[in-house]
Design a protein around this ligand. Structure first.
Ligand SMILES: *[C@@H]1O[C@H](CO)[C@@H](O)[C@H](O)[C@H]1NC(C)=O
Ligand SMILES: *[C@@H]1O[C@H](CO)[C@@H](O)[C@H](O)[C@H]1NC(C)=O
Ligand SMILES: *[C@@H]1O[C@H](CO)[C@@H](O)[C@H](O)[C@H]1NC(C)=O
Ligand SMILES: [Zn+2]
Length: 550
């Protein structure tokens, strides 16, 4: 009897695979018609030798790796806003599929970095973080409260007076680097006053106080709690930044003034902060330029002025897939001009580069846009790898927080990454390889059945929403750890699992501009070396003259 039951079970398993890991149903391939590539695995992948060779090649590369115990003259931090680990896996697959391959085996530029770690993204008062408290962690080195920037957790959100207490105010890594004579730049695809870049220069009890009208609307006086745009232009460290590139002109212009693309400003104090920035530099005889389109950017590429302010949109920059290529620079172009400008300083530089719209696309449940923006960040990192030597510049690539995008189902190798999963739901309705646990992509069921999203009119377009479980106006962040990739001097310090707030301390350690630099061996080694050189020269001279006289 028992044996019979076992036999039946065995037969079922043989027929269908086990119930946790079903055999992949290939019948959908023919129906689909949207497959990004027709690529199949390489013939060699069916041999053991291929994978052995792949591994040995990797070992050889690791052996030959740059060890990096010197001083990082330059530090560039790349931030993919909301760039979760599943986002990386899906984006590299899209990248490979665009190149006509199956995709899964592809590599984003920074995935070749020698060291990878994980950072914990929670904030002091919040299990799942926003971009303001995380920016404070990875740029100021301190965890604080959700929605606040550049201040400690002693400042509750919206509390203006607490944020003005000097004891609660933080200095960012940009200020630390500035103190050591380095040049600073910030680059983003969002408004330049948005939470992530603002972490480099602002201190505020509310990330939304981007222009003075927002401060007033909250019942506070901008004279005591200045808005974020004002802080960038008029206070340190922002006013000393050599390169400021992003979007958000509206926060710098009066609400009666139209910008270069005919959009009204938002400021109620009638101040034109773009002019004030220009005047501040010109009065001090510092070469400067304000630019607002790609053509102007390309004109300045070869020899940028000492100070460069570029605001390319009234609001955020356009999504790369939708951008007007005449007016809109790519993130790689923005990164390149920033490096060309800052690299003129012998003492080096700190640059912050954000791919900020990965987050926005995820919030809207637009997988295609989120993955494409991730690939754009990868290109920007690649450009910096081409322009800067590995032994001189520390590159760190990470995310502020995760999202709730899932990479799921049992799709065959090479299946369209923005396409359907390899199986059907219990009611035989298709579901997608990329979906979300919540967000605006949630659809009502009809008679207990999920709608077939493959029938959507805009399926396949950049703004097609994949499906989500919990209906929300905006998809939420995730609480999972995010990856940290490092290349350059002291890259190995970024291995392991650690608090996100350690990141700027690690970067400044590598560059010998943290508070404890004199206690670090590699910082002193260099000092000894520069002292040692003249001694060595004298010694050599003595030896030569000794040799000549005998
Ligand atoms: C603001 O924070 C301070 C502590 O710094 C506290 O005394 C005050 O009550 C808070 N104000 C509000 C409105 O919460
Ligand atoms: C700026 O340059 C002009 C002309 O080159 C010179 O007359 C003026 O004194 C300079 N001002 C400052 C503050 O250096
Ligand atoms: C791009 O922007 C330029 C300048 O505003 C405009 O003339 C052109 O029509 C735009 N192109 C597209 C495709 O919208
Ligand atoms: Zn977000």
């Amino acid at each position: 009897m028992l044996l019979e039951q076992l036999l039946v079970l065995l037969l079922v398993l043989v027929a269908h695979g086990d119930r946790y890991h079903p055999d992949i149903d290939l019948q959908f391939e023919a129906e689909e018609g949207t497959t990004r590539t027709n690529a199949v695995p390489l013939d060699v992948e069916y041999t053991a030798q291929y994978w052995y060779e792949e591994a040995h090649e990797a070992i050889n590369k690791k052996e030959a790796r740059f060890q990096g115990h010197g001083i990082a003259r330059n530090v560039i931090m790349f931030l993919g806003d909301g760039m979760s680990v599943p986002t990386l896996a899906a984006a590299r697959t899209l990248l490979g599929q665009r190149q006509g391959r199956t995709g899964e085996e592809a590599q984003l530029s920074f995935e070749s970095f020698p060291t990878i770690g994980l950072s914990k993204t929670y904030c002091v008062n919040q299990q799942i973080a926003d971009s303001a408290c995380t920016a404070t962690a990875y740029l100021c080195g301190v965890k604080n409260n959700y929605g606040t920037l550049g201040v400690t957790a002693a400042v509750p959100r919206h509390n203006c007076s607490a944020s003005e207490d000097p004891a609660n105010r933080l200095e960012s890594i940009a200020a630390w680097a500035l103190e050591k004579g380095k040049d600073i730049g910030i680059v983003t695809t969002t408004r330049i006053t948005h939470a992530s870049p603002a972490g480099a220069y602002a201190r505020t009890a509310n990330r939304n106080w981007e222009h003075d009208g927002n401060v007033r609307a909250a019942g506070f006086d901008p004279a005591s709690c200045p808005d974020i745009a004002n802080q960038l232009i008029h206070t340190l460290p922002g006013k000393a930044f050599k390169v400021i590139l992003g979007g958000g002109r509206q926060n710098f212009l009066p609400n009666t003034v139209r910008d270069d693309e005919n959009m009204l400003g938002l400021r109620t104090d009638q101040r034109n902060l773009i002019e004030e920035w220009q005047n501040d530099k010109s009065e001090r005889n510092l070469s400067n330029a304000y630019i607002w389109n790609r053509e102007q950017l390309m004109k300045n590429m070869e020899s940028p002025p000492e100070y460069l302010l570029g605001l390319f949109e009234a609001n955020h920059l356009q999504y790369n897939l939708e951008a007007n290529k005449t007016t809109e620079p790519t993130l790689a172009e923005l990164t390149e001009i920033a490096i060309r400008s800052l690299n003129r300083n012998e003492k080096g530089f700190f640059l912050f580069v954000e791919g900020g719209r990965i987050d926005h696309a995820h919030h809207a449940n637009y997988p295609h846009l989120a993955l494409d923006e991730t690939i754009e960040l990868s290109k920007a990192v690649e450009r910096s790898m081409e322009l800067l030597p590995e032994d001189d510049t520390l590159l760190v690539v990470t995310a502020d927080h995760a999202h709730v995008m899932a990479f799921n189902g049992y799709r065959r190798r090479g299946g369209d990454i923005i396409g359907r999963s390899g199986s059907l739901d219990l009611n035989r309705v298709p579901y997608m390889t990329i979906s979300y646990t919540n967000g605006p992509g949630a659809r009502a069921q009809t008679e207990g059945l999920r709608p077939d999203v493959l029938d959507d009119d805009n399926y396949g377009s950049p703004r097609w929403r994949t499906h989500a479980d919990v209906p929300l106006g905006s998809e939420t962040h995730g609480g999972d750890d995010v990856a940290v990739f490092a290349r350059g001097p002291h890259h190995h310090m970024f291995a392991g699992l650690y608090e996100q707030s350690q990141i700027p301390h690690l970067m400044a350690y590598a560059g010998c501009f943290d508070g404890a630099a004199e206690t670090h061996k590699h910082c002193n080694a260099n000092a000894a070396h520069s002292l040692g050189s003249p001694l060595l020269a004298v010694l050599l001279l003595a030896m030569i003259s000794f040799a000549c006289h005998t």
